[in-house]
Design a protein around this ligand. Structure first.
Ligand SMILES: [Zn+2]
Length: 408
């Protein structure tokens, strides 16, 4: 490597080492390499000794000590030599940054910092470097299908509490491609630009919700791709509508005997009937048999499941029309709202059948769940940027920087 160990010192009291210092020096007779082009160059002078944190050995904090040389490159002038374990001015070796970044996937950042006796900032900077290397070196050529979604993050319902995410949802590779704050047209345009126009032009399928800003941008930027409104989002809208009917009715019936039927029914109503068993099933059946508005809403939702069984676009379209007519006559405002929404986006919804078998509806939902695990895990993110780094780190399937030593 051009460097040799000059001295290894255990510092601290006898039998109780506090730190290990590894002093390095250049290999005798070997010239330094230019820090920019790596050409071997004549020496110029030597800078004062610096320290870099290395991976702790036997649990003891370990440091590299080295006095970098400056070399005189014919092309770049007087520059600091290339030091293989160092990244710019960072006081940490690349091996240690890789080590911390890998552990930061298994433990929270705070735990990682505590276990390896570094600062939280140190873990954060390591993950950041690791992720940025990965983003710069990842391959995007084979991306054919993407899913676009909004994720609620933080408290409240303001525009700033949403993230826009772009996933790759191809069968061979499912990963987070991009994440950005808010859920506006500008956000999505920025995300697609980050993927590059070549990737966007090569897309065959785009999967998203009915969120208007997204629909506009997708139509403008990826018009060649088949745009699918996926099953998971439509089911979500139906479930939300049933829940709204239940809440409204609960409030109206407050104090009356029939209100008891609606008690503790929220999750039973959101699940599919076949997934509700035992005593819960009996309670659900009793509610469905009643004349409550919630029962009618639930029956409409359950009837819609049939939609997904069609093979032909024509027949599916016929069913959609029939279902919407029924819902619009139901006198249940939330269900009518869903029906109007489905009618407006009929063509995009029917694209599900045109893309059948080629787009996985569950992929977006699965990745969303993984995102929630990361955003909720108590990493103690202090900034949006830190959370963004954690998301790429855990869900981006990024390539990893090469490292001279591998410890985990
Ligand atoms: Zn050079």
């Amino acid at each position: 490597m051009g460097f040799v160990y000059q001295e290894v010192r255990l510092c601290g009291k006898k039998g109780e080492p506090q730190s290990i210092e590894i002093r390095l020096q250049p290999h005798a007779g070997r010239r330094g390499q230019c820090g920019q082009c790596r050409e071997s160059c004549p020496g110029y002078d030597q800078l004062p000794e610096r320290g870099w944190d290395f991976v702790p050995l036997w649990g003891i904090p370990t440091r590299f000590l080295y006095a970098p040389r400056r070399v005189e490159c014919p092309e770049h002038g007087v520059v600091v030599e290339h030091i293989p374990w160092s990244q710019g001015k960072r006081p940490v070796t690349t091996a240690m940054m890789c080590f911390l970044a890998r552990w930061a996937r298994r433990l929270s950042w705070r735990e990682t910092a505590r276990v390896f006796q570094v600062s939280w900032e140190g873990v954060y900077r390591s993950v950041e470097w690791f992720v940025q290397w990965g983003l710069a070196h990842r391959q995007l050529e084979a991306v054919e299908s993407i899913g676009i979604d909004e994720i609620h993050w933080g408290q409240g319902k303001g525009a700033n509490t949403f993230l826009t995410v772009i996933y790759q949802i191809d069968r061979h590779c499912r990963r987070l491609l991009w994440v950005g704050p808010r859920r506006t047209q500008a956000t999505l345009r920025k995300g697609l630009a980050a993927l590059g126009s070549e990737v966007v032009r090569g897309l065959r399928f785009v999967c998203s919700d009915m969120w208007k800003p997204y629909l506009n941008v997708i139509a403008a930027k990826a018009g060649q791709a088949l745009h699918v409104l996926d099953r998971f989002h439509i089911t979500m809208h139906l479930n939300q509508a049933v829940d709204q009917v239940r809440r409204g009715e609960s409030a109206r019936l407050l104090g009356k005997p029939s209100a008891a039927r609606l008690k503790k029914m929220r999750w039973k109503l959101l699940r599919r009937r076949s997934r509700v068993r035992g005593h819960a099933r009996e309670k659900l059946n009793a509610l469905i048999g009643s004349k409550l508005a919630t029962a009618r809403a639930w029956l409409l939702k359950e009837a819609f499941e049939h939609f997904w069984t069609y093979k032909s676009v024509l027949w599916a379209g016929g069913f959609l029309d029939y279902w919407c007519t029924r819902a619009l006559r139901s006198r249940l405002e939330p269900m009518k709202k869903v029906a109007r929404m489905l009618r407006t986006h009929e063509e995009l919804i029917l694209n599900w059948f045109r893309a059948k078998g080629q787009v996985s509806g569950g992929a977006v939902e699965g990745l969303n769940n993984k995102i929630r695990v990361v955003t909720r895990r108590s990493y103690g993110f202090r900034t949006y940027h830190a959370m963004e780094m954690a998301l790429y780190h855990n869900l981006g399937h990024l390539p990893e920087p090469p490292s001279t030593h591998r410890f985990c």
